[in-house]
Write a protein of this length. Sequence first.
Length: 306
Amino acid sequence: MIVDALAGCIPDPDAFAASEATTLGRLRGYAEHFRGDDPARTYEQVKERVRTEGDQARARAPTPEQFFAMLEQAGIALAGVYAEHYGSALGVDTTPNDAVAAFVARDPTRVFGVAGIDPWEPDSAREVDRAVTELGLSGVILSPFKQRAAPESARLARIYGRCEALGVPLYLHTGINWSYDAEYDVGHPRGVDRIALAFPDLKIVCLHAGWPWVLDMMMVAWRHRNVFIDISAHRPRHFTIEAAGWSPLLHYGSRMLSDRILFGSTWTLLGISPAELIAEVRALPIADAVADRWLGANALRVLGRA
């Protein structure tokens, strides 16, 4: 059974617009890095990018039917969709958790939802409870560099505590960020280590595998049994390039940490179909049994569906 632990935002024009307008519009540095655009030098330029990227994203958003067809083509039995909430820090629109829950309700056997939580809102801890107990969402996603909060800050700790108490996983951005408005190492694995020490029963899914600090990420996961590593936002075919820094993932991920690696496509970010990414995982120099764990069995354990 293949599980896409982090497929992307829900297939809805407004959700696509909110996501892309933030990544390629509001976050100075991303369009510059991924497309080679000239840096935005004024707030007016940023606002124009937000508008342009939002309009373009609405036009290319798939329909729910196209989304499910894509999953079927890739052989994906279960996929995670989510909304991130960073309106307080970035001043942009975000997708309500109710919209995520409404999409999941279309077919909860094939999709699960992950809630966005804004740590600057006074009711952030209550929103975790509502998202899980009332909306039926399966976890929480946080991006400290977008939310202008350190991973081990008290504001985020309130959210960690609710996730731990409710028994749902935390999806946490780790690794490099390309924003000119945040320090590049906000997502270093040392932050995950501190969180795991304070919340030992919290399942932490470290998004994007902590790259380029992959060895550090492996060691943190080896220290803490509830730390998992997601490989979304990266091409698996790059994992075998010696200079790319992925050899610790292949070494430890096929041995003592083979039960901790999760496949996520984030196909909206990469522009690569999930089917292609799954084929790249299958082509890695790892045993078939290990690939099966990465592609589904480990995610089912995190979600409590094993």
